[in-house]
Design a protein around this ligand. Structure first.
Ligand SMILES: [Zn+2]
Ligand SMILES: [Zn+2]
Length: 191
């Protein structure tokens, strides 16, 4: 199904095409970088769960379309080698994380994909709670993993390969055809 995408204030809106539990990959990431990103946006309270986890749906960039407010899109990199972390400047809603323009992958952050019918009904259950060594407190997540479990890594790599072969890194809202980010990323720490 096609899912509505929106920042919290509604200035940036779009759609995620052909989304099913099977075509993507729902994970909760507890890594310190995802936590830093939420903190930088001053959105920890509604991005992170009680253990510092971020609920993410991994899919291909070509499935993400923005219809309104694209001029509000901004990009942050925690370090000069870090992921490209996209957000909206209007209300500091995190959009998602990508590698570079050549790789089709995007992990869409739950705040930008508001789902009225229940996230698990539409995206399926969380496949894994990853990087829990960075979690806050004593998480009682089911199927959690200290780092990144092999099963999920293989699953996303297989998908990435299929997306890449199908050219699903393009068209991208975030990268021009030459692979350049559409807005210059702000780099927090030069490494
Ligand atoms: Zn907004
Ligand atoms: Zn993370």
């Amino acid at each position: 199904m096609d899912l509505k995408l929106s920042c919290t204030c509604g200035a940036v809106q779009g759609v995620a095409l052909n989304i099913t539990p099977d075509t993507g990959n729902r994970v909760v990431c507890c890594c310190d970088d995802c936590q830093k990103f939420a903190a930088h946006l001053d959105r920890e309270a509604d991005v992170l769960d009680e253990f510092g986890g971020t609920d993410i749906y991994q899919t291909s960039q070509s499935q993400i379309k923005i219809h309104r407010g694209a001029e509000n899109i901004r990009c942050l990199r925690l370090t000069s080698k870090g992921l490209y972390r996209w957000y909206t400047n209007c209300c500091k809603t995190p959009i998602g994380n990508t590698m570079n323009g050549g790789l089709p992958f995007i992990g869409v952050i739950h705040n930008f994909m508001p789902i009225d019918d229940g996230r698990s009904n539409v995206l399926g259950a969380v496949r894994a709670y990853v990087q829990t060594k960075h979690a806050r407190g004593n998480p009682d997540y089911p199927n959690s993993s200290e780092k990144f479990p092999v099963g999920i890594t293989l699953r996303i790599m297989r998908k990435m390969l299929v997306w890449k072969l199908r050219g699903m890194n393009k068209p991208s809202v975030f990268f021009a055809d030459d692979g350049k980010a559409v807005v210059k990323p702000t780099v927090l720490e030069k490494s």
